[in-house]
Write a protein that binds this ligand. Structure first.
Ligand SMILES: C[S@@+](CC[C@H](N)C(=O)[O-])C[C@H]1O[C@@H](n2cnc3c(N)ncnc32)[C@H](O)[C@@H]1O
Length: 201
């Protein structure tokens, strides 16, 4: 009798973005192109961010959880935390996490300004504040948007990152770099300069 080889059932979700998006409802899938990190980007970012066991990585504005879930899958010895202001997206992310059975990923509901940055070693940032700029694509209309908030969040994040110890890593995707302190050095760029890897000096 022929043997049938079945691919590890978890691995199949990470074959490509379309397959991964099947973890989500149609509504969340439709937002993916503009708002959720591609698998390839998450893999490159995780590779750069994690160099030691048990490091803690924070995704600032984790949305549907895609960065944390992909990174958590490929880097099982690190911990990935996603903070997200929209409760509905925390639920989406946690549902996907259950399907993937990942135990090194954590989603925190709230504003990133409520977090203690001392609890995290390295950071991922996919232009989370852009919705505050007039004329940009919005995820939904459940929150208030303003240029004041955009500037406040950028300044707040800049100040938090500025005080992190030397060696702290940051990956930005589609960033205008307003949040990147001058004491972070650019060490690598990928994806036509959209993905940038930084280290604090
Ligand atoms: C571009 S999406 C990125 C999602 C995710 N990081 C990924 O790469 O798949 C940005 C997310 O940041 C969230 N966000 C924006 N400002 C935030 C804030 N001040 N605190 C927490 N979450 C925020 C938005 O609600 C949105 O879900």
């Amino acid at each position: 009798m022929d043997k049938i080889y079945v691919k590890n059932s978890k691995e199949k979700w990470f074959e490509n973005d379309d397959t991964f998006h099947q973890l989500y409802t149609k509504k969340i899938q439709l937002l993916a192109k503009k708002h959720w990190t591609p698998i390839e980007v998450a893999r490159i970012a995780a590779e750069f961010l994690v160099s030691e066991k048990n490091e803690k990585i924070l995704d600032i504005g984790s949305g549907a959880g895609k960065f944390c879930l992909v990174a958590g899958h490929y880097k099982p010895n690190a911990f990935f935390y996603g903070v997200e202001q929209r409760k509905s997206l925390i639920e989406v992310a946690e549902n996907a996490q259950i399907k993937l059975g990942l135990d090194n990923v954590f989603f925190i509901e709230g504003n990133f300004t409520q977090l203690n940055f001392n609890n995290y070693d390295h950071f991922y940032f996919y232009n989370a504040f852009f919705e505050n700029i007039a004329g940009t694509d919005k995820i939904d209309e459940s929150i208030d948007y303003s240029l004041e908030l955009y500037n406040y969040y950028n300044r707040y994040l800049y100040k938090q990152l500025e005080t992190k110890p030397a060696g702290t890593k940051l990956v930005t995707f589609h960033s205008l770099e307003n949040e990147v302190p001058r004491n972070f050095t650019l060490v690598d760029t990928r994806m036509d300069n959209l993905l940038k890897c930084w280290i604090k000096i």
